[in-house]
Ligand binder design. Structure first.
Ligand code: ADP
Ligand code: MG
Length: 571
């Protein structure tokens, strides 16, 4: 039953100065004027993970019009917009004073991408914000007066300023929603024009720095499509837009060093997500299942069929079901591709900068010196066409140094001082003249794509006899029971909240979907259905506000990197 704010105030007065554990008394729901406050979880001590609180405002008061919430895309945009508004209100409210996390009031942080998250939830009945509060203490003594300020003063302010339509900038909200709707539409329309990616004219691709993903502040050269590749789309809100269409097939991005090749590819990688207005990449859209492939030496690989690329390893290692604790550059890159084909992708994105050279090419001089039967690797150049022609998987590859790729390309875009030029015809002429040099390797067909079923017992989220411990330690590390998962090779992860959701997705999949027979792809289908139907709360009954939805590609990548994984090929 809901209690009154006065009762909360009285409790805080009573426990003031007492030991921290007495905070447990405030757990529960409170009926404030205009909103309900739920104190769901009270932290055990000032240094523990902060307490979890929800503010719920009914729609008759919050009054967000149906037009900004009645489709999944709009709802996601609205929730993102409100998350940012709550974050601003929390910053105003947060007064760090006392021990541990005392006085900190926070909400999950949203970046340049607009992701489905659990920080704010909106439906036809209510708006709910999930907030973390560091309950204030001096040492381990409760600071009741400060807590009173947080709950009786700051929470009402957050409810009033960030969760009610009339307090917010309606035009900015409208813009947020329309931009997301347009981006979602654009991404969904790529196939109708035979494209795998689109980069809008005027887009600003470079970022402020390697650690600051906001758009470059000054000096950025806006994107201009080469005329020959220009396509247009009619967006539901933004009208007609034009830009460069990247056709299905094999596309090269060439050009001199420092001319913007990797910047373009990165923008395409993240085009699987919607971006905030003014990000600069709102009109960069990529098919949603695109996967960045790179070399990742040192990664664990379990039971992957890498035989399309690698056969006859020294000492007879089985590449039809290849396992290693410590992959090389080339074997890791081969495994990354084989796994991507297994869990599902229609577009591979590869940058020479982060590839193993011997995986990408064996040039004709090397072919002359080292006979094919002494080289286990069939380089990617000899597989990239088959990937498209047999399996329908396109590739965009950045090549600065290896012109041999002209032989296998459909489209060649050159970057010249950050400007794009279509050089397909010239590249084809050059390829023609040198056609006789290289010998094709690796046979007439791509080879096998296997299906594997993971053994549930090989995932252990417990720490020995102690309970489950799964957590994200930063964006690229998951603590999974006694093992640590390194996700630093996944360049399309954009939020630690996705990483957190990935960790818990592994547990959910292990408990509910893995039986040693169900394949990776089927398990991921079921996970996605779970998310589509019940949202990310499927991951935990605790109503956490700190999840963002990961793609199945990254969930699978995490599973595949788990060092304890045991997995059987079943087809
Ligand atoms: P490459 O991969 O061709 O060597 P990068 O994409 O790494 O080049 O870009 C080199 C530098 O140029 C980076 O610092 C990047 O931020 C900057 N840059 C890239 N594109 C643009 C652009 N359109 N306008 C201004 N600077 C850019
Ligand atoms: Mg580069």
């Amino acid at each position: 039953m809901l209690r009154t704010p006065e009762e909360l105030e009285a409790t805080l007065g009573r426990i003031d100065g007492r030991g921290y554990r007495a905070y447990k008394d405030i757990q529960g729901g409170y009926d404030f004027p205009g909103f309900t406050l739920h104190i769901d979880h009270v932290q055990g001590d000032p240094f523990a993970a902060p307490s979890r609180v929800r503010i719920v405002v009914e729609q008759d008061r919050a009054a967000f019009p149906t037009g900004v919430r009645d489709t999944p895309a709009r709802n996601r945009a609205l929730c993102d917009f409100l998350t940012r508004a709550v974050a601003r209100a929390c910053d105003d409210a947060s007064r760090h004073a006392g021990s541990g996390k005392s006085g900190l009031v926070t909400v999950d942080r949203a970046g340049q991408e607009i992701l489905e998250r659990t920080s704010v939830n909106v439906d036809s009945r209510a708006v709910e914000a999930r907030i973390m509060v560091g309950l204030p203490a001096a040492g381990r003594r409760i600071l009741g007066r400060q807590a009173d300020g947080i709950f009786l003063d700051q929470m009402p302010r957050i409810a009033r300023n960030a969760l009610v339509a009339s307090s917010l900038d309606a035009a900015a909200l409208e813009r947020h929603v329309r931009t997301v709707e347009d981006q979602t539409f654009l991404r969904g329309s790529l196939r109708t024009q035979g494209l795998v990616a689109f980069v809008g004219d005027g887009a600003v691709l470079p970022r402020r720095s390697g650690v600051d993903p906001r758009p470059m502040a000054k000096g950025a050269v806006p994107f201009v499509s080469p005329e020959s590749l220009r396509r247009s789309f009619d967006l539901p809100n933004g009208g007609r837009v034009t830009g460069m269409g990247v056709p299905a097939g094999v596309t090269l991005i060439v050009g001199g060093g420092y001319h913007g090749k990797s910047t373009l590819l990165s923008a395409i990688e993240l085009g699987v997500y919607d971006h905030v207005p003014d990000d600069g990449r709102e009109l960069v859209a990529t098919v949603p299942d695109a996967v960045k492939i790179r070399a990742e030496d040192g990664r664990s690989v379990q039971g992957v069929d890498i035989s399309p690329f690698i056969t006859n390893l020294p000492f007879g290692a089985d590449t039809g079901s290849f396992s290693t604790e410590d992959a090389s550059g080339s074997t890791s890159q081969a495994a990354n591709i084989a796994e991507a084909l297994e869990y599902g992708t229609s577009l591979l994105l590869i940058d020479e900068d982060t590839s193993a050279t011997n995986f990408m090419i064996r040039d004709h001089r090397m072919q002359e010196l080292v006979a094919k039967d002494k080289e286990p690797i069939t380089p990617f150049i000899d597989k990239v066409r088959q990937l498209h022609d047999e399996l329908g998987v396109s590739t965009v590859v950045v090549v600065g140094g290896v012109g041999d790729y002209f032989d296998v390309a459909d489209t060649v875009v050159m970057m010249d001082s950050y400007r794009q030029v279509d050089v397909t015809e010239r590249a084809m002429e050059i390829a023609e003249r040198h056609a006789a040099e290289r010998t094709r390797e690796g046979g007439e067909t791509f080879g096998r794509v296997s299906a594997r079923a993971p053994a549930p017992g090989s995932l252990d989220p417990r720490r020995g006899k102690r309970p489950e411990k799964v957590d994200a330690k930063g964006i690229s590390t998951v603590l999974f029971g006694r093992t640590t998962l390194d996700l630093s090779g996944l360049e399309q992860l954009v939020s630690v909240s996705q990483t957190r959701a990935i960790g818990d997705s592994l547990v959910l999949m292990m408990k509910r979907f893995m039986d040693g027979k169900t394949t990776v792809a089927e398990i991921l289908d079921r996970l996605e259905r779970e998310f589509d139907e019940g949202g990310l709360d499927a991951l935990s009954p605790r109503r956490l506000g700190t999840y963002a939805r990961p793609r199945r590609q990254e969930v699978a990548a995490a599973l595949n990197r788990l060092r304890t994984l045991r997995i059987e090929q079943i087809g």
